[in-house]
Design a protein around this ligand. Structure first.
Ligand code: HEC
Length: 132
């Protein structure tokens, strides 16, 4: 008798587990959009060219150049691509194709959306909300 009860509980829990798992994956899973894929390619370009040697993201990275987490809100696409293509006396110039540049900028855009580099500059409101 007891064994039947145990088996019943086990089967019920297993079914619930499977249903819940399907439910969670269904609500959380979103297909990567074209924009997301572009940003991922841009991240690869960022890594291949070792931009982190001189630039930080969220304050982490080399300190020869500025933090680029929010560069997208500071400069236009054209300004960013000119900076990367021409370089300066410290930064080398990068001869990227238009497609690579678009992807790199998509990555910088996604970084900008994901947060701010200097949380200490955020404004904390009395009701607990945070403003940029
Ligand atoms: C050898 C060091 C070095 C490397 C490697 C480097 N940079 Fe830079 N970068 C700099 C420096 C230094 C500046 C700041 C120049 C200035 O203020 O005039 C800069 C400026 C920039 C700016 C303009 C930022 C601003 O606020 O004006 C962008 C965008 C940028 N770099 C992107 C990149 C990307 C993308 C890569 C990788 C493909 C990269 N950099 C690799 C040193 C580097």
């Amino acid at each position: 008798m007891v064994d039947k009860l145990k088996v019943g509980i086990f089967i019920t829990l297993t079914i619930l587990f499977i249903c819940y798992t399907f439910y969670l994956y269904r609500i959380n899973y979103h297909y990567p959009t074209k924009v997301q894929l572009e940003a991922d390619m841009g991240k690869q370009i960022w890594q291949d060219n070792n931009c982190t040697a001189c630039h930080q993201i969220y304050g982490l990275g080399g300190f020869l150049g500025p933090d680029l987490t929010n560069v997208f809100s500071k400069l236009s696409d054209e300004q960013i691509s000119v900076k990367i293509r021409t370089g300066n006396n410290i930064m080398p110039s990068y001869n990227l194709t238009d497609k690579q540049m678009k992807e790199l900028i998509a990555y910088l855009r996604s970084l900008n959306r994901s947060g701010v580099a200097a949380p200490s500059k955020l404004k904390f409101n009395i009701d607990g909300t945070i403003e940029r």
